[in-house]
Write a protein that binds this ligand. Structure first.
Ligand code: FES
Ligand code: FES
Length: 168
């Protein structure tokens, strides 16, 4: 089935079995192995990418459902020598150990900071009127879909807070 995707600003025309997930299209058909397969069941967040600016689990959606969409993977967020502010903060704050969850954490956090900038409330936001404060509870809640088997959570939260220009 022909599927056209714009991935990290590059157009791709793929001929895929319609059962191919977006994650498998990225990893196996395009060689973009930055997005990781942890559970393949929507439980761990290792496969998080952005589609049209919104974060999703790439293992839970079929590539053919995204014909014409713009996909951003970790490869499109930054590269060695040209890291995004979040990537730099993860390095500086020790926001990872094995690193397997990290591409998903950074894609998720990148979109999450946009959601906060747009004033989207979360389950733990007290004030529904203004921009949500980047408290530990707020960041933890918003990043709860991204699991880390190495339990680097405190440093992940700190990296996100620092990248957003906020101090503890
Ligand atoms: S691999 Fe997609 S959520 Fe775990
Ligand atoms: S750094 Fe190892 S799973 Fe998160």
């Amino acid at each position: 089935m022909e599927t056209n995707l714009t991935i990290n600003s590059t157009k791709h025309r793929l001929d895929l079995d319609p059962r191919t997930t977006l994650l498998d299209a990225l990893r196996h058909h395009l060689g973009l192995t930055g997005s990781k397969k942890g559970c393949d069941h929507g439980q761990c967040g290792a496969c998080t990418v952005m589609v049209n600016g919104r974060r999703i689990n790439a293992c839970l959606t079929l590539a053919c459902m995204h014909d014409g969409d713009e996909v951003t993977t970790i490869e499109g967020i930054g590269a060695p020598g040209n890291l995004s502010p979040l990537q730099e903060a993860f390095v500086r704050e020790d926001g990872f150990q094995c690193g397997y969850c990290t591409p998903g954490q950074i894609c998720s956090a990148t979109a999450m900071l946009e959601e906060i900038a747009e004033g989207w409330p979360s389950h733990v936001t007290d004030d529904l009127e203004g921009k949500p404060a980047l408290t530990t509870d707020e960041i933890s809640e918003r990043m709860s879909g991204n699991l880390c088997r190495c339990a680097a959570y405190p440093n992940v939260v700190e990296a996100i807070r620092k990248a957003a220009g906020e101090s503890a």
